[in-house]
Design a binder for this molecule. Sequence first.
Ligand code: HPA
Length: 314
Amino acid sequence: KHSIPARESQRGGEVFPRPLTFPPPCGMMRVSSKKGGNFMNEPFAFYQQSADYVRARMPFEPQIAVILGSSLGPFAGQLQDPVEIDYSEIPNFLTSTAPGHAGKLIFGTLAGKRLVCLSGRFHSYEGYDFEQLTQPVRLLKLLGVRALIVTNAAGGVNERYRPGDFMLIADHIKLNGASPLRGRNVDEFGPRFFDVTRMYTPELRALAKTCAGELGIRVQEGVYFFMPGPQFETPAEIRAIRALGGDAVGMSTVTEALTAAHCGLPLLGISVITNLAAGMTGAAVTGEEVNETGAAVAGRFSRYLTKIVEEMDV
Ligand code: HPA
């Protein structure tokens, strides 16, 4: 079905092109279907293997999934009757390397809802290919979740934002790096070409705004601008991002949002503004500042997220 351009090259003693079969055999070994390019992605069965493992061990079918950003992990401590599954146990799954990211799924109930939290997320700066970054959200989709909440720490680019503010993500800009949906489309998840005009579900954003009002919590609404990191941005990049319409800048979230849009998963995105972006104050941007602000707002953030979970109709 797929015609792969013929390319004769020597790599590690192997002769390319090799005969390609699709779907590739899916045994107990890790199935990798990258041969001489990114034409192909893992087949649906690859994702099913991960989901089968988790499904056999999870206490219930979760309604809502929450991906916890840097320093926002304490939220998971609120779950009742938690059941944890380490990422390292899950077949065909990624391993978390970022500091402040624990690397486990945590199932539990909160405010009358069945939740699963990803404590520890995956970023392109760790070295993953963008296509690999579809895995967490595809796993959640196969576990049966009906809505996804993604959270992150981000730098404030909008001059009205203050460290400690929350920003509901209205939209994003990703000019760096490939789409996670690049390569052969996995039709079981969604169509080749897909709409992203409602990627950050407007109804969930409206609900989150109402919840903020009820709790007296200040929330911004803005555009998240993806930068690949791991370096923080240059002051010139931040000026460019502001001119292009970014309100906050960060190194995560967009691959998850695109994967959710592809498989039709309703999505709410919340950034915690942990610092003013590069060049906006005289000071350097540091990981310590990000973590300190994250820790300082953790209580307020958990209260806010709990209220949203309680009010969500899933
Ligand atoms: N830039 C990119 N990512 C971030 C920042 C920032 O200033 N703060 C927290 N995550």
